[in-house]
Write a protein that binds this ligand. Structure first.
Ligand code: AMP
Ligand code: MG
Length: 491
């Protein structure tokens, strides 16, 4: 399928940089030409936005002196107009009402204020520099603000990017309004719920089913591919797409080291999916590390390890497509803690939900540099809220992890799929074990493998984000040798 046929299915602005400064070193990873849009201008004040996406049409709405730039999407396809109308009525409080997958910039020429906002989970990363002399620059990618390093002042509702003093990431679920020098006000638009509800088990499953259906319904379009592992999370998404739209396209990736072709094929056949298997080498998966770090702008080694296989798989999906994943269900449901039955699941979930912000696991950049738009129904605001607030006893139940999700979709899937134990994508593709082996072969001791992966991730981050080097220029073998040699290797 050509990008031209499906281009409108992908949100128009999938990356942006907005600035009152005349700097032209824009480095945005999104595919296709960059477009400059004027958001506000008078004799003393201007704000230009550079936007990139699969369509040259920027997602901008205007009304009088108000201009909205939307990167991403909100339900009911209202786009930036919906944001503008809500903002006109409610001001910054509008963002407490908006669900979706977005970052937004609102410029009010009347009072020369700029408001920036992330969605509930910060799924579209957003960065800001507010210089001491009152200039403002905003970008979805921190690397587009590198030249302003050291010039930004501290801001509420933000966190400094590692290695990039003065460049600040807007926290998840935050709306930050900036006016003249020294005027900054942040408000939370979403917080991780702390309460839990003990719902009657089958009612809980019905509720989970209903919110997932609603999320898939607003995110699904024609020209969409579901990345399927054959585990419960992605299988439930594929089954929902199939039941809502009458058909579903699925793709599964395996490597020369490991694959989940069997479990995925079982689901695909059950759903009558248009199913594709992609085979590749695990070495080509690991080779994605520099580009993955450049796109996530996160040095977290675990997150990068999960995203390596997805990044490799996305290369096989035609530009212009939407990609739907089952990513992230494990976080509110505690699905990855199968080996820790001794610990209270509730405590682990609280810990995981308090540490997701800034990991950028759901960043659209991973797909947008290939002209894809990714959506993750389990991190839709309503789905996440429902999953988090269910009592832990509904999540680990009858000796089964993610019980409530399995129960919710059992009638749509083969029994084997409903009962299938969790397997992470980094495990199912052999990525984790391959990367570990590469390090062991270089003499890293087993006890140091995890720490060495962390040092490698950080070294890559320093080059492709902090120093703004092209990911293609990073020779991972050389970099690995340098990192390994830098630390004394224990026998
Ligand atoms: P997991 O770590 O298994 O939770 O994987 C996260 C998401 O990535 C899944 O819900 C799927 O959407 C996708 N995924 C995982 N493994 C594969 C695979 N082998 N092929 C295609 N997609 C996958
Ligand atoms: Mg899996």
């Amino acid at each position: 399928m050509s990008a031209a046929m499906t281009g409108t299915s992908v949100p128009a602005a999938v990356a942006c940089r907005v600035s009152t400064l005349d700097t032209d070193d824009v480095a945005l990873s999104a595919q296709a030409a960059h477009d400059t849009v004027q958001l506000a201008r008078d004799a003393r004040w201007h704000l230009d936005a550079t936007v990139a996406g699969s369509s040259p049409r920027a997602a901008v709405a205007r009304d009088g002196g108000l201009a909205v730039l939307l990167v991403g999407e909100v339900p009911d396809t209202g786009g930036p107009d919906a944001v503008l109308h809500l903002f006109r009525d409610l001001g910054p409080c509008a963002f407490s009402q908006l669900s979706g997958r977005f970052a937004a910039v609102v410029v009010d020429s009347a009072d020369r204020s700029v408001t920036v906002a992330t969605d509930h989970a910060g799924t579209v990363p957003l960065h800001v520099v507010h210089t001491w002399d009152g200039h403002i620059a905003v970008a979805t990618e921190a690397k587009a603000l590198v030249r302003l390093r050291g010039r930004g002042r501290p801001l509420p509702g933000t966190q400094e990017m590692p290695g990039l003093g003065g460049v600040r990431r807007v926290r998840a679920g935050t709306c930050l309004s900036l006016a003249g020098p020294g005027q900054a006000r942040a408000r939370r638009t979403w917080v991780v719920p702390a309460h839990r509800e003990l719902v009657e088990p089958h009612l809980a499953a019905e509720q989970v089913r209903a919110v997932v259906e609603e999320a898939v319904a607003w995110q699904a379009r024609d020209g969409m591919t579901t990345v399927l592992s054959g585990g419960i999370d992605s299988s439930a998404v594929a089954a929902t797409v199939r039941s809502q739209r009458g058909s579903v396209s699925t793709v599964t990736m395996g490597t020369d080291r490991s694959d989940e072709f069997g479990p995925a094929a079982l689901v695909a056949e059950h759903l009558g999916a248009h199913h594709t298997e992609v085979s590749t080498t695990v070495a080509s998966v690991l080779a994605e590390l520099p580009i993955v770090v450049a796109l996530t702008e996160s040095a977290d080694p675990s997150v990068n390890e999960y995203l390596l296989p997805l990044a490799r798989l996305y290369r096989e999906i035609p530009a212009g497509h939407r990609v739907m994943t089952g990513y992230g269900a494990d976080i509110p449901l505690g699905g990855m803690h199968r080996g820790r039955a001794d610990l209270a699941l509730e405590e682990l979930i609280v810990e995981d939900m308090s540490s997701f912000d800034g990991l950028n696991e759901l960043s659209p950049n991973l797909g947008s540099h290939l002209g894809l738009w990714t959506s993750h129904p389990y991190w839709d605001r309503a789905v996440l809220g429902r999953l988090v607030t269910l009592a832990a006893g509904l999540k680990r139940r009858h000796g089964r992890d993610k019980w409530v999700l399995r129960e919710a979709f059992r009638d749509l899937l083969p029994e084997q799929t409903v009962l299938r134990p969790k397997l992470g994508i980094h495990e199912g593709s052999g990525t984790t074990s391959h990367w570990s082996e590469v390090l062991l072969e270089r003499g890293v001791s087993p006890a140091d493998v995890t720490a060495t992966k962390a040092r490698i991730s950080r070294a890559v981050y320093d080059r492709v984000v902090v120093d703004g080097e092209a990911p293609g220029a990073v020779d991972l073998d050389d970099l690995t040798s340098t990192v390994v040699a830098a630390e004394p290797v224990r026998a």
